[in-house]
Design a protein around this ligand. Structure first.
Ligand SMILES: C[S@@+](CC[C@H](N)C(=O)[O-])C[C@H]1O[C@@H](n2cnc3c(N)ncnc32)[C@H](O)[C@@H]1O
Length: 237
């Protein structure tokens, strides 16, 4: 077994599902490369991109977290004993599975508590397949993916939230953080993907998280496409 295929947990059934999904995600680059010429103008003028074009470009691609990021998400979830995790942008459920496995193992080590992972996905087709993938991994008792715009579906998420993953469309990272912030527990972790890929679009988000005046301490990790690692410090604690 090479180091790429090692997962930081002992669940053969979950590992098999993740192997299959990471493998399937390798076709993303060919699909996106075929579409690139038609979207060149929008890559150069991202403000002109709209919901319909985003659907056309990304409706069937995984664009998942890397194995390394998945392992880190699992380990952070274990380290902070996460019980309630919220994920903005679930796609086919790869990151959801890493997060739910952390919650599963936290519950296994302390069975008297309850836990949940609340994912979110705009695309009905991705939502349906992500739900099937959670079923195949045996994680549906812990994880559920809400269908629709996270800015609406997250309105009813309960406190306290221990861990948040931001991986949906980039202009919503800051609104989603602001929406969830009143429900974050002291010491909650917020992880945000693609900081380097979408440097300009994510600048207001990164400035907000790193300013030191908004309740977060934060740094950008040079992992994959840039992974923002932020910890919430509730002034009331
Ligand atoms: C980069 S992919 C997520 C990958 C996933 N986290 C993983 O690692 O497998 C981004 C996903 O976010 C979804 N998305 C974007 N904006 C959203 C929104 N406002 N609400 C819910 N989902 C959204 C997109 O449809 C897309 O499938």
């Amino acid at each position: 077994m090479d180091s790429e295929s090692r997962f930081p947990f002992q669940h053969p059934k979950i590992a098999a599902v993740l192997e299959r999904l990471h493998d399937a995600a390798k076709t993303d680059k060919w699909k996106l490369a075929r579409r690139a010429p038609r979207f060149l103008w929008f890559f150069l003028n991202p403000r002109e991109m709209n919901q319909r074009l985003m659907h056309e470009l990304f409706h069937d691609v995984y664009i998942p977290v890397s194995r390394e990021q998945g392992a880190l998400l699992y380990l952070i979830g274990r380290a902070i004993q996460a019980r309630r995790v919220v994920e903005f942008g679930s796609s086919f459920g790869i990151s959801t599975i890493y997060l739910a496995t952390a919650v599963l193992d936290n519950l296994n080590s302390n069975p008297s508590t309850v836990g949940q992972v609340i994912g979110s996905e705009l695309e009905p087709h991705k939502h349906a397949l992500a739900t099937q993938n959670l079923e195949a991994a045996g994680l549906t008792a812990i994880a559920k993916i809400l269908l629709g715009d996270a800015m609406e579906t997250f309105q009813t998420v309960e406190a306290p939230i221990d861990l948040v993953l931001l991986d949906g469309w980039k202009e919503l990272y800051l609104p989603v953080v602001k929406l969830l912030k009143p429900k974050l527990r002291h010491g909650a972790v917020v992880m945000a993907d693609n900081i380097f890929t979408f440097k300009r679009a994510l600048r207001p988000f990164v400035e907000y998280m790193q300013s030191g005046t908004n309740g977060f301490v934060s740094t950008t990790l040079k992992i994959s496409d840039g992974f923002e690692f932020s910890v919430f410090q509730n002034p009331a604690e």
